[in-house]
Design a protein around this ligand. Structure first.
Ligand code: GUN
Length: 297
């Protein structure tokens, strides 16, 4: 029997637990404030930030959203960042990626106050993560670690193949998994578009994390029997339905589930966990800035 990993359930448990920390903060007169910034009008990004704002409302975090015109000069985005850095009601925020082509995302990240960088993408926070002293763990990899915990997937000594080397998922995931810490101690292989014989690397793995952004790149023939499969991909593919598209992951679900011992669906696997861990980071940021100790799930 293949376990279908229920990210909605685990994310909901984390949100419930964060509710307790948010109450502790409220008792001390603190309401965590989280801002999302979206430059441009990418429909998928709009959906994601709307969901993040809805999550804030549900758990009692003050959500603020800032739209920046997609054609605006970089300075306008920088001004927004300066304001959020200076705003005492905002404990943390993120600038949704991708940004328009004329914006240098690295420069954007450098301007974010690292103590408010809920994504953990500022170079200081990346350095701390690599050094094993993370401030904010990036939300998607952290969420995947929480799924492993919830489903008793042992990472210690496990061979984990990550397909994708992005700053958002692949690189931080590799760092977290190789750390000498709970949820780490794995032997990690990172594959990418130039990897030769990808299927050999995935077939060798106890755990495959598909995060390349290439739809259905990984199929059952590329997996060992009993592998745990985490699908981070979520692409919109044109479809003959009301919405005009369907969501497809980086894994061909039907063939992969026949081989896997456990697998995340798309949607309902990794996505809800990314959002839950953003709330987690916001609560942590508020707790640290305001000097109010809370227990985090
Ligand atoms: N775009 C896709 N995933 C993410 C994420 O985790 N953070 C930000 N800022 N943008 C994204």
């Amino acid at each position: 029997m293949t376990t279908i990993i229920d990210g909605e359930r685990v994310a909901s448990e984390i949100r419930d637990a964060l509710g307790g920390s948010i109450e502790t903060l409220a008792d001390a007169g603190v309401r965590p404030g989280l801002a999302t910034v979206l430059m441009g009008d990418d429909p998928a990004s709009e959906t994601y930030v709307n969901m993040k704002q809805r999550d804030c409302e549900e758990v009692g975090i003050e959500g603020v959203h800032v739209d920046v015109d997609g054609d605006a000069p970089a300075e306008e985005l920088y001004e927004t960042i300066d304001e959020l850095n200076a705003d005492p009601a905002i404990h943390g925020y993120l600038v949704q990626a991708p940004v328009p082509d004329h914006i240098d995302y690295r420069e954007v990240l450098r301007r974010i106050d690292p103590t408010k960088d809920l994504d953990g993408f500022h170079p200081e926070n990346v350095g701390r993560l690599v050094a094993g002293d993370a401030r904010f763990k990036p939300c998607t990899p952290h969420g995947i670690q929480k799924l492993f915990e919830a489903y008793d997937v042992e990472t210690e000594g496990a061979d984990v193949t990550i397909v994708g080397r992005s700053e958002i998922v692949g690189k931080p995931m590799a760092n977290l998994l190789m750390q000498k810490a709970d949820g780490g101690n794995a032997t990690v292989t990172v594959c990418h578009s130039r990897t030769r014989n990808l299927e050999e690397k995935t077939r060798d793995a106890d755990v495959v994390i598909a995060a390349s952004g290439v739809t259905e790149l990984i199929d059952g023939s590329m997996l060992s029997e009993g592998a745990v499969v985490i699908d981070v991909g979520i692409s919109r593919v044109e479809a003959d339905n009301e919405r005009g598209y369907e969501l497809v992951g980086d894994v061909e679900f039907e063939s992969a589930r026949e081989k896997a011992s456990a697998i995340t669906p798309v949607p309902g696997g990794v996505g809800p966990m990314t959002r839950a861990m953003l709330l987690y980071n916001a609560v942590m940021a508020a707790s640290e800035r305001e000097g109010v100790a809370v227990e985090l799930p």
